[in-house]
Design a protein around this ligand. Structure first.
Ligand code: NAP
Length: 266
């Protein structure tokens, strides 16, 4: 039976070019390529930027099949392989010259008056007001009340998501394999009326973070998972904890994280 590779690509021309090239090279080496997710594949490749990587992971529902990214996007923080290194990537892949990094994911259970459901994220969840008004949220860690937040909203980010929205909001950068997650405020109000922690808070991944909108707040709340936004009314709570699932990602250069950081941000 032929070895199978899933390849997903976004709708830019460079990504299509990269897809054609990668598909041809894999097929020449005896592999079969699928453009839709197949569970029996040994690898999923996402071509594009970080958005394409996030969509690839979500559309495949966080599978056990490992991922790697080819960058044709604007930033491509998740994407280790550049267009001009596609041949080398395929050689190294076939020769097994890589490690598999286990990336920690977060899970959120959202309860409203009508529904309860769980969602996973690779980067982050965001809770914010869907209007220009401030949002009031009670924050509990392991059932201990910490604060009543007032401001634009809260970001709850994974270590690998720490370089995304979290970083723009002043949060810390966390190495992707660290055990913990981060609560980062968006424009917190600190005054005689409202007292909230204005720094980001790193929480151990053994803890549960519960966020409860204030009781009088029946207005719509925006809930964003890795950039996908939906509005909910009458939210009873959001509960965040580490997911039992992990994302498996191939890493070809063990120093890549730090090289990538300097390359993409400095
Ligand atoms: P987008 O709004 O089109 O792009 C957000 C930007 O963040 C893109 O430049 C993207 O890279 C980059 N990015 C995504 N994940 C990253 C990561 N883990 N580390 C470093 N940079 C990262 O949305 P998108 O591409 O669908 O990505 C969704 C993410 O956007 C969310 O999870 C959130 O973290 C982030 N976001 C950031 C801000 C902000 O910084 N002010 C605001 C809203 C959302 P590419 O160019 O390669 O796609």
């Amino acid at each position: 039976m032929k070895r199978l590779i899933n390849i997903f690509f976004n709708d830019n021309i460079k990504s299509l070019e990269a897809f054609i090239k990668t598909k041809e090279l894999f097929e020449k080496r005896g592999f079969e390529v699928s453009e839709t997710f197949k569970e029996e594949a040994e690898l999923s490749i996402c071509i594009g930027g970080d958005g394409a990587f996030l969509r690839g992971v979500h559309n495949s529902d966080f599978p056990k099949v490992p991922f790697v990214g080819i960058n044709t996007g604007t930033l491509g923080f998740f994407q280790e392989i550049s267009f001009d290194k596609i041949e080398k990537f395929i050689d190294d892949y076939i020769d097994g010259k890589y490690i598999v990094e286990k990336i920690r994911l977060l899970e959120c259970t959202l309860k409203t008056n009508d529904i309860i459901f769980s969602n996973k994220c690779l980067n982050d969840f965001v809770i914010k007001s869907n209007s220009s008004e401030i949002i009031h949220l009670d924050v509990y860690i392991d059932d201990n009340h910490l604060e009543t937040f007032a401001g634009d909203g809260l970001i709850i980010s994974t270590p690998s998501g720490s370089t995304a929205y979290n970083m723009s909001a002043g949060g810390s950068i966390m190495y992707p394999t660290l055990r913990g997650f981060q609560l980062t405020p968006l424009a917190p109000i600190f005054s005689k009326v409202y007292r909230t922690i204005s720094n980001s808070l790193v929480i151990p991944d053994t803890s549960t973070l519960k966020i409860v909108p204030l009781e009088n707040q029946h207005k719509k709340i925006s809930f964003v998972a890795d950039g996908i936004e939906k509005d909910y009314t009458d939210v009873s709570y959001f509960e965040f904890k580490k997911s039992r699932f992990k994302l498996y990602k191939l890493v070809f250069n063990e120093n890549w994280y730090w090289i990538n950081m300097k390359d993409k941000f400095l």
